[in-house]
Design a protein around this ligand. Structure first.
Ligand SMILES: [Zn+2]
Length: 417
């Protein structure tokens, strides 16, 4: 899988691959899923596979036995190419997938680098691949920091999807609003302010310790009852790197762990909104150019490809719903060539289909797939070559749907008209 491209593209690619893998079925119990977490040695996984290979010799069906053992060998071959377990671990799916009638199976292998560290060590041989842990990762990809604060205590937490990691409390030691007898009101107020200032600084320092080392922190939510969180925010106590990550300030009824839970519920809405807002904005920018007739907005596969090739595309938006795979088919015998635009499903069976077709020019049974690529991958390569930005847009919003239905799902904003 290519690693370059915008975040929306990376996420889209992984989701797409996993969906495709999840949909595959073996003819028998013969599809292998192997999860190797970062801490596990490749050699350990290898010896476990040798054992599985031995066990497979007991499988009664000759075809299934052969398919399972072939798949295990393929996985072993792939593992030999990996010297050391990658930082996030590695997942391999491998098995014989039918393309048509019995006997049409082709062994397919997928090596997936997880976007976050996997923690399970897992092997299965089933009639389908086990993709759930990776799917879960995409769903829960955002990591956010939460600070629930009022003037008596602050609780810090790191939240990833549904898992909450409480990172300790800081107490203020600041007295209540009523002053002791004998103190002047002004003096009392000054002491209280100094104590609060000191407390905010301690909270900020703890936040530095906890959040700065969190790789991939998407944002920080400030929460709590009353005005303390706003004072803390407006006083710029946080490290500037963290301060710039504050994405929301939300009211909660409680502090402590209960407050974190409350903040989390509100935060998940905010984060979803944030992703949707970004998408909407991208489409709206395009619609604005269309509306003002600036000549800077174009749409349609052919025009966008042309603009990319000329280096004139600034931003390219492609709808997730676009299901186009340009394919080049050639005849090995006479050199005949044709371009086809296929759907994903058609592409899947193409190898099998053309093996039963003869060349329209020389009639030989020698057609082969010369080149295949998804439209998104093709456009992303062109975009990378010319410094254009490519974003994948879902069809979950009104704007996203409009992008697909009214503009065919492929549009661009140009650098100059
Ligand atoms: Zn031919």
């Amino acid at each position: 899988m290519p690693e370059d491209g915008s975040d929306s593209l990376k996420e889209y690619r992984l989701r797409k691959v996993l969906q495709a893998i999840a949909g595959k079925r073996g003819r028998g119990t013969e599809l292998i899923s192997l999860y190797i977490p970062s801490g596990r040695q490749i050699s350990e996984a290898m010896s476990a596979l040798r054992e599985e290979y031995g066990k497979a010799s007991n499988i009664k069906s000759r075809t299934t036995r052969k398919n399972v053992q072939d798949a295990i060998s393929k996985v072993q071959q792939r593992l030999k190419l990996i010297e050391r377990t990658p930082e996030n671990g590695v997942v391999i799916f491998c098995g014989a997938i039918p393309r048509g009638p019995p006997g049409s199976e082709v062994i397919e292998t997928y090596v997936v680098t997880p976007p976050k560290p996997i923690t399970i060590s897992y092997y299965s041989c089933d009639d389908k691949f086990y993709v759930e842990p990776l799917m879960e990762m995409i769903r829960e990809k955002q990591t956010i920091g939460i600070i629930v604060i009022d003037n008596t205590e602050a609780t810090l937490a790191v939240v990833t999807g549904k898992s909450v990691d409480i990172k300790g409390d800081v107490t203020s030691g600041v007295g209540g609003k009523t002053r002791k007898g004998g103190q002047s009101a002004r003096r009392y107020e000054r002491i209280r302010e100094m104590e609060l200032n000191d407390y905010y600084k301690r909270v900020a320092s703890h936040a530095d310790d906890v959040f700065l080392q969190e790789k991939g922190l998407t944002g920080i939510i400030l929460a709590g009852p009353g005005q303390t969180k706003e004072q803390f925010r407006d006083g710029n106590y946080l490290n500037y790197q963290l301060q710039s990550k504050i994405i929301a300030t939300v009211d909660t009824a409680y502090t402590g762990n209960q407050g974190v839970k409350e903040a989390m519920e509100k935060a998940s809405e905010k984060l979803q909104d944030l992703a949707i807002m970004k998408e909407k904005k991208l489409v709206q920018d395009f619609l604005k150019e269309i509306g003002t007739d600036s000549g800077l907005a174009i749409y349609g596969e052919r025009d966008v490809r042309e603009a990319l090739k000329r280096g004139n595309a600034k931003t390219v938006l492609i709808s997730e719903a676009v299901d186009v795979y340009p394919v080049k088919i050639t005849c090995k015998s006479c050199g005949y060539a044709e371009d086809r635009s296929l759907s994903e499903q058609e592409l899947f069976t193409l190898e099998y289909t053309i093996s039963n077709q003869s060349c329209p020019k020389c009639n030989a049974n020698a057609l082969a797939i010369e080149e295949q690529k998804s439209l998104i991958d093709e456009f992303n390569e062109l975009a990378n070559d010319t410094g254009a930005k490519l974003e994948v847009i879902s069809d979950k919003t009104e704007e996203g749907l409009m992008l697909y239905k009214s503009f065919g799902g492929v549009v661009a904003i140009l650098r100059h008209a």
